[in-house]
Structure formats: C-alpha cells, structure tokens
Design a protein around this ligand. Structure first.
Ligand code: SF4
Length: 378
C-alpha cells in the first residue's frame, strides 16, 4: 500500500543546525500553500490504497487543525485511505496546547512525533531551539491527556559540549516519560551551518568519535532494558508501534510526496517536487506539474537502494525476497566484499537474512558502500 507524505515547510524560527527544506512562517504564504497542496493531492489521486499519511517539515504543527483536517480529507478523497491508517504529524513542543492537540486528534491525526532533541536546557539553547526541557515534558503529557496513544520523541546525540553522562540524562528522561517510539540521531553539521560559527565563537567542541560510539551503544542498551525494540539503526519502538510510514522507505515500499521538495517513488519511477515554496505554489496554481527530475530507476539502482535501506533495518535484508524481486543473488554478488565484515562480527548472515550487528550499525555507511558499483548481473 502507498504511503502519503505531506511536506509543511514553515517554522517559527530557523534552528542553527537545520538543513531541511523550510522557511520562516508567513500566514498568507501558508494559506496559498495549503490550497496548492489540496490541489496537488486531488490531481495525483487515482483511488489507490494507502495506509499512512505523514506530515513532515518544517513544523506541521504550525498549521491550523482545520487545515490539517482539510488535507487529510483531500487524501481520503483522492486515495483509498484505510480506516485504520497511521496518520502522523511532526510537532514542535512549543507549538501545542491542550485545545490544539484535541483538535488535531479530531482532524484525524493519530500519531505525534515531537522534535525534542534534548532534555537539557543548555543544550537546547546551544541548538537555538525555542522550547525548554520542561516544555517538552508538558507537551508530551498534554498529548497523552488529549488521547494520543502513539507518540514518538526525537533526540540528538553528540551535541556541542555534550558528555556521555549528559547525553544519557536525556535518554533517561525520555525513558521516564515512556513514549511509544523514539528516534535517536547523531548531530550532523553541514558545511555552512550557523552552529559551526557559534561553536567557533563560543569555543564549544564535540566529544571524541569514540565517545559518540559509546553514546549510541549505551543509549541503545538502556532502551533495550526499558523494553524498547530497536527496529532500525536510529529507531526503537514498543512492539507494534514501529513507524509504519517510515518502514515504507526502508523496506522497499512505495510512497507519494506532496508539497515543495517532496520525493515520490512509485512503480520504479522516482521524482522530486520543486524545492522552492513559491515556485511550487506557482506551478500548481498554473495547472502545471510541481514534480521535476522524474526518472525511471534502473534495475541496478533499485537493487542497490533496496539493499542500502534494507540493511538499516534490524531484521536486515531477506535475500530470498531480493532474489524474487530483482533476480539477484545478494551473497553471490557481494559476499566476497562483505566477508571481512562478517568475520569481524559486524555483519550477520544466516543464509537467508543479512543484517548488521549493533557494532556494525556504527559502521553502517562503510559496510553499505560495498553495495555500490559491483556488477549486478552474475
Ligand atoms: S524546527 Fe525543525 S525544520 Fe524547523 S528549523 Fe528547526 S530543525 Fe529545522
């Protein structure tokens, strides 16, 4: 079944490390944008079954609940969205109130993903986030009170000046709240990130690489002990609370993306919408196609990507499924290049499932790079 992604590119302020497709909130631009989204969704609709809707951003929780409701309705009108579809909205803690949360729920949102990043105020300030740790905890409690029984919290590790012990304070605070799902990311500083300048100015440094590895391993061990199951390199969940939508990206599924900069992959074809919010609105308003860079994936690209993303999953890649789908013998093609990782205990292969060990997850990029460039045809 399809996943439907809806991009909302507005934020109240721009965080100093952020490299997403987003801009400052502008009420009139937002209204035009929502109209464009409704039109794009209707124009793409073909009644196909879909079982997830995901509002990502940006900060989708800056939209009015009535706007979120209208977009969900447009999805339901254009696609056969299942009655039990997972409908996720990313939210920033400072944007929610009990009343708005109740209205988002009424609108059809049944899963919230809060960008918390840290439960330590000084770290949040270094990241120029608008919320405090206590505001994040309050936002979580408000969501539970509003009836949300599927909540994810995002944290970021390896922050400027952060020690392993300080990072684990945030992990413990997350566990104490008891979300249904959590995503743990390592901060990646893109070349011109304003945070780099702030770090240079304030003489903030990053802990050594070995500490970053410890942060990851110790956090995952604590989450294991608290009853969470790691199902992807950066994601853990209570049983049955894995992100159904994000699994489509990792498990070789199909999805349509609406809004500026959104990607789609369907029937072996991939495309991306215009990144600029205003150009996207203009393209949709003139009846044109906001999708650009449309191209058919070659068998080799599709295979490599299925392997790349599949290896991110804790369950790994089912080589029998890959054989059926791509007529490719994974171990026959890549086994020689992967053997040293298996011998080092970083990769586990039992003849059917090929997966990373937890230590292997730390070296995922290096291991996955072995999938690129080898001849696919035996
Ligand atoms: S709220 Fe999220 S999307 Fe917006 S600027 Fe901050 S990190 Fe980027």
């Amino acid at each position: 079944m399809l996943g439907l992604y809806v991009h909302i590119p507005f934020c109240s302020a721009i965080c100093n490390y952020c490299n997403f497709n987003r801009g400052l909130f502008d009420a009139s631009l937002k209204e035009q944008y929502v109209q464009a989204l409704l039109r794009e969704i209707a124009s793409q609709g073909d009644g196909s079954p879909a079982d997830t809707i995901y509002f990502g951003g940006g900060t989708p929780s800056l939209l009015e609940p009535s706007e979120i409701a209208a977009i969900i309705q447009a999805c339901r009108g254009a696609f056969a969205v299942t009655a039990d579809a997972e409908v996720t909205m990313e939210a920033n803690p400072e944007t929610v109130t009990p009343g708005r949360l109740a209205e988002f729920r009424e609108a059809g949102v049944n899963r919230l993903s809060y960008g918390v990043q840290s439960f330590r105020d000084e770290e949040l300030q270094r990241l120029s986030r608008l919320h405090s740790a206590s505001r994040a905890a309050d936002a979580f409690a408000m969501a539970r009170a509003a009836g949300f029984d599927n909540i994810s919290l995002d944290l970021m590790m390896w922050l400027p000046q952060q020690t392993i012990a300080q990072w684990l304070e945030s992990v413990d605070a997350l566990i104490a709240l008891g979300p249904d799902h959590a995503s743990l990311y390592i901060l990646e500083l893109y070349p011109n990130a304003p945070l780099r300048e702030a770090m240079a100015r304030s003489k903030w440094s990053l802990a050594p690489d070995d500490d970053a590895a410890e942060m990851y391993l110790q956090a995952m061990a604590r989450l294991d002990a608290a009853g969470y199951e790691q199902y992807e390199i950066s994601n853990v969940a209570r049983r049955g609370r894995e992100s159904r939508h994000n699994l489509k990206y990792w498990a070789d599924g199909e999805w349509l993306g609406f809004g500026c900069g959104a990607h789609s992959t369907r029937l072996g074809v991939r495309w991306k919408n215009l990144s600029s919010t205003t150009e996207y609105i203009a393209a949709v308003a003139s009846g044109g196609q906001p999708g650009v860079e449309k191209r058919e994936l070659s068998r080799r690209e599709a295979l490599e990507e299925a392997l790349f993303t599949g290896l991110r999953l804790a369950r790994g890649i089912d080589v029998h499924t890959v054989k059926t789908r791509y007529d490719a013998d994974v171990w026959g093609i890549y086994g020689a290049a992967l053997e040293r990782f298996r011998e080092a205990g970083l990769l586990i292969y039992d003849g059917r499932l090929l997966r990373l060990s937890r230590a292997g997850m730390l070296l995922a990029n290096e291991i996955m790079s072995q999938f690129v460039g080898l001849p696919v045809v035996d």
